[in-house]
Design a binder for this molecule. Structure first.
Ligand code: ADP
Length: 404
């Protein structure tokens, strides 16, 4: 008996990971046939197996007709009892002649756990059977065991479904936020353009004032249009980030020295305007694997920020080292710095630490989100250390070799 119970327990554990109710119950029926020494058995689930209010259905009088076990439901009777039904012989079963050819005894075991009925298994004996107390206990154990496995499998399934739904909702929320923010970003430059056009149209045509004002208007419009196309380029990059962008990355050999020098060169005009000096001494002579264009964009974004948020006559320093198979680039400035509260958020899309920098300052809050993405597709990392009022230091680590 103990051996048989152990076999049942082991089977229950095995099937806990199984993902198909019918398969679980069928396999248990086989186990049931074995441990109860029955000759054959079958499992029967109601069609509406997943309905919560499903009632146990027993065959009325005759539990099993091997040729046509469920024809039109003729032989079935719905009963509310979940007790096991033992038929030790067919003597009192009317019209049992046909059945006798196949079996002499049977047992119907409900698959039921905590008021929940899932189905029945029917085990049949070719010889007459006396159901000993041992067999009765095993029958009960079998029915409860299967039901418990099915019940825990279903609750796991439900938990997974819930998790999937939550994830979908979170993604949907992110998308909506992205669209809302993007719309907001685009609206500001458009409003400025509209304002300028309105103003120009109010001034009398042909007058000297008109000519002067139209030049200023066109200048303002050009600046905003450039800003708009910058925003659109960044938005395109960010919105396609999740799927197709990875495919667009071209991994090739990158010369570290050339990369850093080119990025600095692209920021020169901006740094001259603010009289900020940029130094990058002793860059290691290293060639590593990466996407040149994207890495350059990443560095430009960080260097430009060091100028934008740097003080006049300030300094930006770029230090590069090779450490444990990584290129480590540290870009430090002595600018306005970032507060402790803002620092964890600056890599988020559209986040601006200094709220006084509005869209009119051409701050988009996308630069560092793009930096993070580029670094991550290179399997690297980026972090910031900063003290408000003293300056910031961004450290980018990129693996020398990317195993793809
Ligand atoms: P943007 O500069 O267009 O606003 P970023 O994503 O590049 O967007 O930066 C996000 C925010 O992080 C900035 O608005 C700014 O407040 C802060 N920040 C970034 N770099 C620096 C820096 N070097 N010094 C101080 N603040 C910075």
């Amino acid at each position: 008996m103990l051996q048989k119970l152990t076999l049942l327990n082991k089977t229950i554990l095995d099937y806990l990971a199984e993902g198909d109710d019918l398969k679980i119950a069928k396999a248990f029926t086989e186990v049931g046939v074995k441990i109860l020494e029955a000759d054959f058995g079958f499992v029967w689930f109601n069609h509406s197996l997943r309905d919560e209010d499903w009632k146990l259905v027993y065959k009325y009088k005759v539990p099993f007709t091997p040729i046509n076990p469920r024809a039109g439901g003729r032989n079935y009777k719905v009963v509310t009892s979940r007790k096991i039904y033992y038929q030790e012989n067919l003597k009192n079963v009317p019209d049992a002649d046909f059945l006798k050819k196949h079996m002499k005894s049977f047992v119907i075991i409900p698959i039921s756990y905590r008021e929940q009925a899932y189905g029945t298994i029917v085990l049949c004996f070719k010889k007459e059977e006396t159901f000993s107390s041992e067999k009765r206990i095993l029958c009960e154990f079998l029915g409860n065991g299967i039901a418990q496995v099915i019940s825990s499998h279903r609750s796991r399934e439900r938990a997974q479904q819930l998790k999937d739904t939550e994830m979908l909702l979170a993604q949907e929320k992110l998308k909506t936020e992205f669209i809302t923010n993007a719309t907001h970003e685009l609206r500001t430059p458009l409003a400025i353009i509209q304002g300028n056009v309105d103003l120009a149209m109010q001034v009398g045509q042909g007058s000297e004032k008109y000519q002067k004002s139209s030049r200023a208007t066109l200048r303002a419009i050009t600046t905003e249009v450039r800003h708009l196309s910058d925003i659109l380029a960044d938005l395109a990059l960010m919105s396609s980030k999740e799927d197709k962008m990875n495919a667009k990355i071209v991994f090739a050999k990158v010369d570290l020295k050339k990369l850093i020098k080119k990025a600095i060169a692209r920021c020169r005009t901006l740094s001259y305007r603010k009289k900020i000096s940029i130094t990058a001494s002793s860059i290691p002579d290293v060639v590593f694997v990466g996407d040149k264009a994207y890495l350059e964009k990443m560095l430009v974004n960080i260097i430009k920020n060091s100028i934008t948020y740097g003080n006049k006559n300030g300094h930006t320093e770029i230090k590069t080292t090779i450490r444990a198979g990584f290129v480590v680039i540290e870009i430090s400035d002595d600018g306005i710095g970032i507060s402790k509260e803002d620092a964890p958020h600056i890599f988020e899309r559209f986040y601006r630490a200094d709220k006084s920098h509005t869209s009119t300052d051409h701050s988009r809050g996308l630069g560092l989100a793009i930096v993070k993405w580029i670094v991550e597709v290179h399997l690297g990392s980026v972090e910031v250390k900063s003290t408000k009022g003293k300056g910031s230091s961004f450290t980018v680590s990129l693996p020398l070799n990317i195993e793809k």
